[in-house]
Design a protein around this ligand. Structure first.
Ligand SMILES: Cc1cc2nc3c(=O)[nH]c(=O)nc-3n(C[C@H](O)[C@H](O)[C@H](O)COP(=O)(O)O)c2cc1C
Length: 297
């Protein structure tokens, strides 16, 4: 359960500014910035304390092979890579999303570019470098200074053109419900801090921009769900990336509330009793991921 998000980061600005960077400058990352990134790794707060996740920051040279870092990857590799790995566990995907996005946002706040990457082929060298099995490697992200110019724009557009909705996000009314499933939330009835947090959750990155998340807004909590229907290859054996995406969205929701001074906690949400599912009118394809509860002031 997350009760204390690390402060000292402009979370709201980072969520608004972040986008996937697919081309990098060769310039090295200064030691001072690398130390701040290491600190970001250290500061990460979990969704569930009992799920093991590790995030390793490695120089490209340590990975040594382009094949190791993926099929669809930056035109020019980045100087560093975040390698996110976790042993098999029913809740590991959302945990990787929730924790990994905190590092991605802190990197964004430092001016660095990143790109969540799920379409990679882990090599023995990569697994050895992080001390994990290949199956444990869940996601990667390059980290470096974004390249500018036509090549960089082309690298971005090449992927986003084929992404769902060409990179645009779903309107809030499509993914946020009030009380029970399917009743679109009325934005004018939301507290401004919650409205802003839901909007920033809507901007979260997801596998091919599928945005497989839903928010059920109740009196003193928001329940986060994932759409478990496979879309655009987002469900791989042992790696349901839709759960990872919903973990990222839960991270945005939680950090956006905390950054606005809302006293809240975020915790993993396991299977719900059939009676609760019925009461909330949940369709079969949605799976619970997280709960953000507003603590009494
Ligand atoms: C779990 C996950 C896996 C992703 N895998 C890839 C990938 O393999 N290659 C890639 O270029 N982008 C990948 N992306 C980035 C998405 O395509 C991107 O987040 C989405 O299209 C929205 O664009 P934005 O990040 O610029 O806001 C991935 C994102 C997530 C969250």
């Amino acid at each position: 359960m997350s009760e204390h998000a690390p402060d000292g980061c402009d979370w709201l600005g980072a969520m608004a500014a972040r986008h996937s960077v697919r081309a990098y400058r060769a310039d090295p990352i200064p030691l001072r910035v690398l130390e701040q990134l290491q600190q970001a790794l250290h500061n990460v707060v979990p969704l569930r304390g009992d799920v093991q996740v590790r995030i390793s920051l490695l120089p490209y040279a340590a990975i040594s092979s382009r094949i190791a870092v993926g099929a669809i990857l930056p035109v020019r590799p980045a100087p560093y890579y975040l390698i996110m790995h976790a042993p098999a566990h029913p809740f590991r995907m959302e945990e990787v999303g929730f924790r990994g996005e905190q590092v991605i946002l802190q990197a964004t706040a430092l001016g660095l570019g990143t790109c969540w990457t799920g379409a990679f082929r882990a090599s023995d060298a990569l697994a050895h470098a992080v001390g994990a099995s290949k199956a444990e490697i869940v996601a990667l992200s390059p980290v470096g200074w974004p390249a500018r110019g036509i090549a960089a724009r082309a690298a971005y557009a090449a992927v986003e053109t084929f992404a769902a909705r060409r990179g645009a996000r779903k309107p809030l009314g499509e993914v946020a419900f009030a009380g029970t499933w399917g009743r679109p939330v009325e934005q004018k009835l939301l507290a401004p801090s919650l409205e802003r947090a839901l909007d920033l959750a809507r901007l979260a990155p997801s596998w091919s921009n599928v945005q497989p998340w839903y928010f059920l807004v109740r009196a003193s909590e928001v329940l986060v769900f994932a759409d478990s229907r496979p879309q655009r290859g987002n469900s791989r054996p042992g790696k349901p990336y839709y759960r990872l995406d919903a973990g990222i969205a839960a991270c945005h929701l939680y950090l956006a509330l905390v950054a606005q001074g809302v006293n809240c906690i975020c915790e993993g949400l396991a299977d719900l009793e059939p009676a609760t599912r019925q009461e909330l009118q949940l369709p079969e394809h949605v799976v619970p991921i997280a709960r953000v509860a507003f603590a009494a002031a």
